[in-house]
Design a binder for this molecule. Structure first.
Ligand SMILES: Nc1ncnc2c1ncn2[C@@H]1O[C@H](COP(=O)(O)OP(=O)(O)O)[C@@H](O)[C@H]1O
Ligand SMILES: [Mg+2]
Length: 355
C-alpha cells in the first residue's frame, strides 16, 4: 500500500484462515524526496507525461519489490509460498466524475521481480459500475472490526480521511470526508521543510483563523451527501493558496488546517450518524496527538481510541485490507460495498498479473 500522503510503502504479510486474519509480518519503506517529487509532478498536466508516468511506474514496481523482499526476509516464507501481492499502486489521478482513476506501478514488472502473482487496479471496476471506486476499506472494516453490541466508527486518517460506520443490525456505510494529512503535510513542507508536523506540535503553537476556516468549509465537497471520494485532485496547495490572504502567520494556518481535518471528521460523524459510542482511529494521522485531543473535544459523547485497542495495528490496516481485496479477487468474490461507493452492483475488484 502506498497512499495519498506519499510517505512511503506499507508492506504486510497476511494469512487468511476461516475465522481469522493474521498479520504475520510488516515492513515500511519511506519514499525518498526525489521519488515523492516525481510522483507529485504527475498530479498536474506536464510535458511528455505519458513517458514520465511509465518510467515512474517502473521505479515504483522496483520499490514495491524491495518492500516485498525485505518483508519476506523477516520471515521463513519463500515467494512460492505466497499466493499473491495485493498492490494498490500510487494514485496520480482520481476522477470518478470522468469515469476513471489512475493508480500506477508496473504490475507485470512487480510480478516478474518477485516471482509472485500480483492483483492491482482495484478501483476501476467499481467506477465502471457507476461508483466512486473509493473508499474500499469499509468492506474489510466490516469483516474484522464489527461488534455485535457496540456502535462504532473507524476513521482512517491518511492523506484523505475516510470513515466507516459499523452499527449492530445496520448495513455498513462509509465515505471520504475530506483532507486528512494532505494539506497539513504540504504546508509543513513549505514552511519547515519537514514531511509532516510530528504529533501536531507545530499546529499546537498556532491559533485557528476563523475566517480561513470558514472559507475552507465553504468547499462544496463537504456538503455533498455520500457516496463521495476525494484526493489530491481537489485538496492541494492551489486549493489552499486560493483561500489565503498572504498575511497569515504560518503556524496559524497549520492550526487552521488541523482544525479543518478535525471539524470535517466530526461534522461527518454527527450529521450522518447518531448514537455513535466508539471512534477508532487508524492511518498516520492517528499519531497526531494534537489532532486526537481536538477530535475528542469535538465528539464528547464518543470514546476515541486507535484500532490498536482492537488488536489491529492502525499503521498497516489499509495494507492488510488490500491483501484481503486481492484474496477476494482470486476467489472471484465481489469486494465493493455498493452502499459505500455508489456502484450499481457488487463487483469483483482488480486485475491479475501472473508470476
Ligand atoms: N507522529 C506523527 N505525527 C503527526 N502525523 C503523523 C505522524 N506519523 C504519521 N503522520 C502522518 O501520517 C501520514 C501518513 O499516513 P498514511 O496512513 O500512511 O497515509 P496514506 O495512506 O495517505 O499514505 C504522514 O504523511 C503524516 O502526515
Ligand atoms: Mg502511507
Amino acid at each position: 500500500m502506498s497512499g495519498t500522503s506519499l510517505d512511503g510503502i506499507d508492506a504486510v504479510l497476511v494469512g487468511f484462515y476461516p475465522i481469522e486474519v493474521q498479520l504475520i509480518s510488516q515492513h515500511f519503506i519511506p519514499f525518498d524526496t526525489d521519488l515523492k517529487q516525481a510522483i507529485l509532478s504527475l498530479h498536474t498536466p506536464a510535458h511528455n507525461e505519458l513517458h514520465q508516468t511509465q518510467l515512474i511506474a517502473n521505479t515504483l514496481a522496483e520499490r514495491y519489490a524491495l518492500a516485498v523482499k525485505a518483508l519476506l526476509a523477516q520471515t521463513q516464507y519463500h515467494p512460492k509460498q505466497i499466493r499473491a501481492i495485493g498492490c494498490h499502486g500510487q494514485t496520480i489521478r482520481h476522477c470518478p466524475e470522468h469515469g476513471y482513476t489512475v493508480q500506477i506501478g508496473n504490475s507485470s514488472l512487480l510480478a516478474e521481480l518477485t516471482g509472485i502473482t500480483v492483483v492491482s487496479d482495484f478501483r476501476s471496476k467499481d467506477i465502471a459500475a457507476g461508483g466512486q471506486g473509493a473508499p474500499l476499506v469499509p468492506a474489510f472494516h466490516d469483516k474484522v472490526l464489527r461488534h455485535p453490541d457496540w456502535h462504532r466508527i473507524i476513521v482512517n486518517i491518511g492523506g484523505i480521511s475516510n470513515l466507516t460506520h459499523l452499527a449492530p443490525g445496520i448495513n455498513t456505510s462509509g465515505f471520504d470526508c475530506g483532507p486528512g494529512n494532505i494539506l497539513m503535510d504540504a504546508w509543513c513542507m513549505q514552511h519547515l521543510n519537514k514531511p509532516y508536523d510530528e504529533n501536531g506540535d507545530w499546529a499546537a503553537t498556532g491559533n485557528v483563523l476563523p475566517c480561513l476556516l470558514d472559507k475552507m468549509l465553504t468547499e462544496a465537497f463537504f456538503a455533498l451527501p455520500p457516496p463521495k471520494s476525494s484526493g489530491r485532485d481537489l485538496f492541494n496547495m492551489a486549493w489552499l493558496n486560493d483561500k489565503l490572504t498572504g498575511k497569515e502567520h504560518a503556524e496559524d494556518v497549520q492550526a487552521s488546517l488541523l482544525e479543518l481535518t478535525c471539524v470535517t471528521i466530526a461534522h461527518a460523524i454527527i450529521q450522518q450518524y447518531s448514537g455513535v459510542q466508539e471512534v477508532y482511529l487508524c492511518g498516520g494521522g492517528a499519531h497526531n496527538l494534537t489532532l486526537r485531543k481536538r477530535l475528542a473535544e469535538l465528539l464528547p459523547e464518543c470514546i476515541i481510541q486507535t484500532t490498536g485497542e482492537l488488536g489491529v495495528n492502525g499503521d498497516f490496516l489499509e495494507a492488510i485490507a488490500f491483501a484481503w481485496l486481492a484474496q477476494q479477487n482470486l476467489h472471484h468474490r465481489p469486494a465493493n460495498l455498493p452502499r459505500v461507493t455508489g456502484a450499481r452492483h457488487p463487483c469483483i475488484l482488480g486485475a491479475v498479473y501472473y508470476a
